[in-house]
Write a protein that binds this ligand. Structure first.
Ligand code: 13P
Length: 255
């Protein structure tokens, strides 16, 4: 495995937190703390209504802004949804798709995740594609099967060229927001399985170049050890990304 061919990506997922004015302050504070830290890419994925103020605050810094969801149709009667073109025009560069909270609470399936990913890629956005097993699946010993299947279904029809803009986030559902982190070995193993599937679907070279993050209770205390693993190329961070001091320490760990 050649970790040196990949640049780590440390991304925050703010989830449903921060008003636009709070976002402005938090992005500015984060940007100040991560200034000059060029060893990884730094992204904050914020609620739709925060994107404008987040982008304003991130201007001229090394923080990039993303959204947390995108609809797959270009436009039309889809009340409450936001298209990829709309996101692109705000200046957002990234979008999370398939987060487990969307799968769990909003009926997201591998099919809709795949459609959303394709729409975002067609528009030129970077996609952070989330997948991972639930506790019962891990306990039943079928983690490898589950994440392999999700990888195949979620990437269906995405071209090798488009894969240059795909980041995979392995997020075991049992580790999200629970304070229960996967061990570095578990994270490395799962990210390695996903990389193997990508090699099968595309090529070994493309698999080596794909950034695969770990997410699930990653924080300033456990990030260094998780990120030291050969298959773990960054993190998707929820709770700790809301606190600039904590988030910037994770960025430090990725340098
Ligand atoms: P926590 O870091 O709060 O566990 O959330 C992880 C996550 O869901 C990131 O997308």
């Amino acid at each position: 495995m050649k970790k040196e061919v990949r640049k780590a990506v440390i991304a925050g997922n703010w989830k449903m937190n921060m008003t636009p004015s709070q976002a402005k302050e938090a992005v500015a504070a984060t940007a100040k703390l991560v200034e000059g830290k060029s060893g990884c890419d730094v992204v904050l994925c914020v609620p739709f209504v925060d994107i404008a103020s987040a982008i304003e605050a991130a201007k001229g810094t090394n923080v990039k802004i993303g959204a947390q969801n995108v609809h797959f149709e270009k436009k039309g009667a889809f009340t409450g949804e936001v298209s990829a073109d709309m996101l692109l025009e705000t200046g957002a560069e990234y979008v999370i798709v398939g987060h487990s909270e969307r799968r769990q609470y909003f009926g997201e399936t591998d099919e809709t995740v795949n459609k959303r990913a394709k729409a975002a890629l067609d528009a030129g956005l970077f996609v952070i594609l989330c997948l991972g097993e639930v506790l019962e699946q891990r306990q039943a010993g079928i983690t490898a099967e589950i994440i392999s299947m999700q990888t195949k279904l979620d990437l269906a029809g995405i071209t090798a060229e488009q894969m240059k803009k795909v980041i995979i986030a392995y997020e075991p559902v049992w580790a999200i927001g629970t304070g229960l982190t996967a061990t570095p070995e578990q994270a490395d193993e799962a990210c390695g399985i996903i990389r193997g599937v990508i090699a099968e679907l595309y090529s070994a070279e493309l698999a080596e170049a794909t950034v695969i993050q770990y997410g699930g209770s990653m924080n300033d205390g456990n990030a260094a050890e998780l990120l030291s693993k050969v298959n773990v190329d960054g993190g998707l961070i929820g709770g700790a990304s809301l606190v600039p001091e904590k988030f910037s320490k994770i960025v430090d760990a990725a340098q």
